[in-house]
Design a protein around this ligand. Structure first.
Ligand code: XMP
Length: 514
């Protein structure tokens, strides 16, 4: 566990916006981490927090099984900010009383500041737009606390302890609708907690390089390189830390996009001095997938294939002790650690690999969000074309061909995919969306071409907006661009006579069709 100089620890009570709190704080160049509400006091102390934030959450503090954090956090002499549920808990744990409000308060509200300073810093007293979402409110203010702001429905919309550094807000400073939200978070971290804006990607690199060197010593590390942003940044980071002790393995599984293997290899050879092993296993993988239509079976076979290849390559290198991989922060805290029981998503790139190979993991991106990984890549000197690539799944085109995979079907999808990406780039939309790609459907439909009737394949276009792929919305791509993609695919890709656009969000749909 890395300990940062100044960390704001967020205890999560299950709010949908907990991750946003961490992001807002990191945007101020102060490091912030999310932990479950019931994290043991000793662990919290070990993180040496400069401040603690209690997040919002769906429960009521008077519920029988309401989630509580250890009240001893108020004895640590560390500033605490409570947000919504977290505010109510703080006040209740100090002897206040919280009850169901007569009227739920949801949405925008006007906040009137009664006492400036503290969390409100230099903000003027008048009305400020904030975002509320609660059905409970504080009825009895505990001793030592005073109300510092009110709204129409909350006489105690913000409170502060008179002597201790404890502040509580009923609204959500982390959401954009709270126009003064960033000011309040800044006042908390800089004025109340005394943090300095020192957590930059450059400092992150320094600290990680030091830690990786210390941990790895003279041992060898392998890294599966896919050409995607995460593995590329991991490789660049490891390269900086341990240079020659790192071997990267690129596996062509025959399911890559058109020209992808060549461009990934030539990129690494021209931009880095990495030891790069190139394994062309396309025939092997396509053989394994022959006749397989079930998506889970495809994934399983591809996963096992990767493990086989990695084992062989690691043996050739000899005495490998570590595997570096690009696990990101959302993978670690997925739908958060609320109640401490939420399953943590296993990283789907190399599922199962570490267990089988008994390698220890190095995960330098474990603390970062995707956009931070991109910043890190730039800071490490990687070119924009590598850093701003759209994500591409490990099982590649196998999960974008519905039904059985064949050479012919791969060729159709590859051609359609090239057109989608070309047109997205040409229109300046490639970087506006999270992902954009083509999917080959397992059906044929009727069309006309010239005087003849056709009976051919259907391509679906999928493009989504997302922050971390946990949720996504379909991208509102202008119809002219979609029109151009459609007519080019139908004209240029033989065997396709229909193109459709996927307008489902995640959830309930997923991004990939599988
Ligand atoms: P879904 O389809 O689950 O995808 O909404 C979420 C994000 O993850 C990517 N994805 C994968 N990435 N290996 C990967 O490296 C995989 O097996 C895999 N499956 C899905 C997907 O492209 C999207 O960005």
């Amino acid at each position: 566990m890395a300990v940062h100089n100044q960390t704001i620890v967020i205890l999560d009570f299950g709010s949908q916006t907990t991750q946003l709190i961490a992001r807002r704080i990191r945007e101020q160049k102060v490091y912030s981490e999310i932990h479950p509400f019931n994290t043991k006091l000793e662990k919290i102390k070990a993180l040496k927090p400069a401040g603690i934030i209690l997040s919002g959450g769906p429960c009521s503090v008077y519920d029988e099984d309401a989630p509580y954090s250890d009240p001893a956090i108020f004895e640590l002499g560390i500033p605490v900010l409570g947000i919504c549920y977290g505010a109510q808990l703080m006040l209740q744990q100090h002897g206040g009383r919280v009850e169901k409000a007569h009227k739920r308060e949801f949405g925008k509200a006007d906040l009137t500041i009664k006492r400036t300073g503290g969390l409100f810093g230099k903000l003027e007293g008048g009305d400020h737009q904030v975002w509320m979402s609660h059905g409970d409110r504080v009825e009895v203010v505990p001793e030592g606390f005073e109300a510092t702001a009110f709204s129409d429905n909350s006489p105690y919309a913000a409170m502060a302890h008179r002597e201790k550094p404890f502040v509580a807000v009923q609204f959500h400073p982390e959401v954009a609708h709270t126009l003064i939200g960033t000011d309040l978070l800044k006042n908390f971290i800089f004025d109340i907690c005394g943090c300095k804006p020192e957590w930059t990607m450059a400092s992150f690199i320094d600290q990680n390089v030091r830690e990786i060197r210390e941990r790895v010593g003279d041992d060898k590390v392998i890294c599966a390189l896919s050409g995607g942003v995460d593995s590329t940044v991991v490789a660049a980071m490891l390269d900086r830390a341990i240079g020659d002790q790192l071997t990267c393995i690129y596996v062509n599984n025959g399911l890559m996009r058109e020209g992808e293997s060549e461009s990934v290899l030539s990129f690494f050879r021209s931009h880095t001095a990495l030891h790069l092993v190139n394994v062309d296993a396309s025939e092997f993988f396509l053989g394994q997938l022959d006749g397989i239509a079930d998506p889970e079976e495809k994934r399983k076979r591809i996963g096992i294939g990767f493990i086989d290849i990695f084992e062989k390559e690691a043996k050739k290198i000899g005495a490998v002790k570590y595997l570096a991989q690009g696990t990101l922060y959302p993978d670690v805290i997925e739908s958060v650690s609320f109640r401490g029981a939420a399953p943590i998503k296993s990283h789907h790139n190399v599922g199962g690999l570490p267990d089988v190979m008994k390698l220890e993991l190095i995960e330098p991106l474990r603390e970062l969000f995707k956009d931070e990984v991109r910043q890190l890549g730039l800071e490490l000197g990687l070119p924009e074309e590598a850093v701003f690539r759209q994500p591409f799944p490990g099982p590649g085109l196998a999960i974008r061909i519905m039904g059985e995979i064949s050479g012919e079907r791969l060729a159709i999808l590859r051609q359609a995919d090239v057109i989608v990406l070309e047109e997205m780039r040409r229109a300046g939309w490639y970087r506006k969306v999270w992902q954009s790609f083509a999917v080959l459907l397992p059906i044929q439909t009727v069309g006309v071409m010239g005087d003849g009737r056709t009976y051919e394949h259907v391509i679906a276009i999928r493009a989504v907006d997302s922050i971390d792929a946990m949720t996504a919305d379909w991208s509102r791509i202008p119809p002219e661009i979609l029109g151009e993609i459609s007519s080019r695919i139908i004209n240029e890709v033989r065997g396709v006579n229909r193109v459709v656009y996927d307008i489902s969000s995640k959830p309930p749909a997923t991004i990939e069709w599988e």
